[in-house]
Design a protein around this ligand. Sequence first.
Ligand code: OXD
Ligand code: MN
Length: 586
Amino acid sequence: MTDNQNVLKFVNDSAALVQPRRIVWITGEEDQLEALRKEALATGELIKLNEDLLPGCYLHRSATNDVARVEGRTFICCKNKDDAGPINNWMDPQEAYEKVGAIFEGSMKGKTMYVIPYSMGAVGSKFSKIGIEITDSIYVVVSMAIMTRIGNKVLDTLGDSNDFVRGLHAKADLDAEKRYILHFPEDNTIWSVNSGYGGNVLLGKKCFALRIASYLGKNEGWMAEHMLILGVENPEGEIKYVAAAFPSACGKTNLAMLIPPEIYKQKGYKVWCVGDDIAWIRVGADGRLWAINPENGFFGVAPGTNMKSNPNALLSTKKNAIFTNVVHNLDNNTVWWEGMDKNPPTNALDWKGNRWTADCGEKGAHPNSRFTAPAINCPCISSEFEAPDGVPLSAIIFGGRRAKTAPLVYEARDWNSGVFIGSAMASETTAAATGAVGVVRRDPMAMRPFVGYNMADYFAHWIEMGTKISNQPKIFNVNWFRTDDNGNFIWPGYGDNLRVLEWILARCENKVDAVETPIGYVPVPEDINIEGLDDVTVDTIKELLTVDPENWKEEVKGIEEFYAQFGDRLPKELSEKLAELKARLN
Ligand code: OXD
Ligand code: MN
């Protein structure tokens, strides 16, 4: 426990509201966690999996109405509506405390209230931040123990400081009509009620490490971003780090844990994963940007993860992991999901716990079924994963899923052009199969659902940060998803994306030239290494690098429309960049 009066007041006030039968402080000791897992086994909240095949692993099933983040019920509660901006849902803080306070009231009657002290980032690092999450869910406690650093050591580090994020979560009765995910950035507070789904209830992740942290970053001069961090080690043993932001369904976890192509392996290239979802980024004393992954585990999408698409992710789940909403193989008490292998179990339960066979016409695992796995399980986890100062960034990469518009890779002319590229980021719904161009959803810096304040001010913060970085990383955009006229992907993707990273890093060291286009610099086609690729020629690369002015004129219209909603609050630097692009295209 603690003598910290701020923490005690928060815990006591919360208890007065939710009225639990008892309060348990989570110490971080394995004995306590093990006892809680046993308790959850008895109630069916967790199912113990085969100890020989999946040691320390559990299966959990969420309520069937509670399987994903709920953007429509996620609110930023700041005093002034304009400070939440046109992209976020907004609620007045007073109204929110009253309305949702009434839902919390008495919600833990007869239940245990758990108090989880946790650190985002290595305990004690000056990059790190502390949160206290109160919850009525053992699933949340044991999952937080994987995803963050928890327990007494965190309280010791906090001392008597008031600098912690207050998180209150109650599953309550999982009523979807009374489900609210509220953020009070001005009060360092998060309220989440009537959900048990990870993204809504593991409050360290999206709620704290992105929405609240982005607001803290704006005020304190740093950045909280929806980015993976990886290191590329060259044959000389030098490691260069990049951070990359992609909207969902663009292969972020796959890139973070990339397996180099054979030809690169032979030469001695290695890729190291620092993080797969979130980066906290600061300017170092050397004027470079330094990034940490504030999380301690991976909360990955299960379907499609297999020994080909992402062996490192699959291997990360082989011990001490929690699977949610996947298929339960009753023959050997393990798990399965679509896209794991071609052998679905024949004696199995689906994600809802009903008898299931692969030929029944329905998927066995929920499409958003997940695994929660300790980062240290990952075979390619970086030796710098715990480094208190993080890793220095050579490049920032944005990307999306675009059938035609964006080339395989291009480099921004300068920092503000990079911010412009990030602000206009978009992904198309997967129309690839028909070759038609899908519906474009703008997802700036992949932060659309995660910026805890006005998106226009977030763009301004990026521009402002540029003025503080004397040694700026270069900014790039990649697109692994260009299609030919038949709708087939042209670029092989996966491990071969290292070929593009190699060009990016060569640019960062001024080792290769580039070709200027209206949107930025693209590679000289011969500079993308295609050694060992069967179906890719220099002509393929040329095709992948074309910039079609007609497509881009359409794109400009889309960006203009998107920008219009920010009115005067849009930084003039961005409207200038848009005007310059328009002029270059004509
Ligand atoms: C995630 C997400 O779960 O971005 O990481 O939705
Ligand atoms: Mn994410």
